[in-house]
Design a protein around this ligand. Sequence first.
Ligand SMILES: Cc1cc2nc3c(=O)[nH]c(=O)nc-3n(C[C@H](O)[C@H](O)[C@H](O)COP(=O)(O)OP(=O)(O)OC[C@H]3O[C@@H](n4cnc5c(N)ncnc54)[C@H](O)[C@@H]3O)c2cc1C
Length: 268
Amino acid sequence: MHATDATCELMEEIATRCRLNPRFARRIGDHGFLELEESWGDEATIINTARISTTNQRVAGVEQCGERERNLLYHLLSKNHGTPFETVHFRWRVIAPIFVLRQWMRHRICSYNEFSQRYREPITAWYRPDEEAITVDGYPVLPPEALERYAALMDGLHRFYQEEYAAACQRIREAEEAGRIPPIAGGRNPYRARARELLRNAMPVATYSDLYWTINFRSLMNFFNLRRKPDAQYEIRQYADAAYEMFRLRLPLLADTMDRVLQDQATD
Ligand SMILES: Cc1cc2nc3c(=O)[nH]c(=O)nc-3n(C[C@H](O)[C@H](O)[C@H](O)COP(=O)(O)OP(=O)(O)OC[C@H]3O[C@@H](n4cnc5c(N)ncnc54)[C@H](O)[C@@H]3O)c2cc1C
């Protein structure tokens, strides 16, 4: 099966982003990727926002956050004074299998912009479970033969798409030449678009997709809390752990405060 333009571009894009932003970009498995592309605000933003209710004493940056500010951060978070934590935002690039993104999208307090299988052919890369994914306490739940059948099935579905799409494009060209449908000069071809809309129904949830995820810290904390737990599915946990690691690198004081609050609440 040949890789589509979308797949080749994506693999190049991952390599480029890892080169340009090595501290905040991570490969996840064979084809997955997560990058903290941008963030807005920091611990000082939260402190200054909260202080609107009591004082005009502002801090210019996190380096000015002393004992009082650290205590305030802890107090706000532990007492669930949530809105100051909504003033810090993160924009992530996520390349993940659709089944992971389906769980991810249950998180509603954030925004998403996703790769379109309506405007483009699908990414041909699909999720292959690694050794850890197929074992529970050292016991492999799927034997190698099952994984081979799975791989053949994934390849077969993508091959079906590519063959049928190529055939549909050929028929559309012939119909244009025969004058049965009007020629489309440039822009979006509605006939090919409709073929893509129908054929994408055959794409398995193991197919990779690509999206931007923009989220404030309050909601990100909820995501970490739910998706880094041992009962969260292994695959989304890998992304959540990588996101946490990059978040901690960007805002260590906030990460420490969050961890302390969660630990203290767990032992209460
Ligand atoms: C291990 C695990 C298993 C799961 N299994 C299932 C499952 O079997 N089936 C299933 O459907 N889902 C399942 N989920 C998804 C889960 O129910 C949540 O939808 C998902 O984790 C998003 O969490 P959230 O609603 O807190 O996040 P967000 O949607 O980001 O919401 C954040 C917070 O905003 C508030 N909020 C958002 N929307 C509303 C609203 N409409 N009304 C009132 N308050 C709102 C709530 O306080 C919420 O906690 C599972 C999640 C996990 C972690």
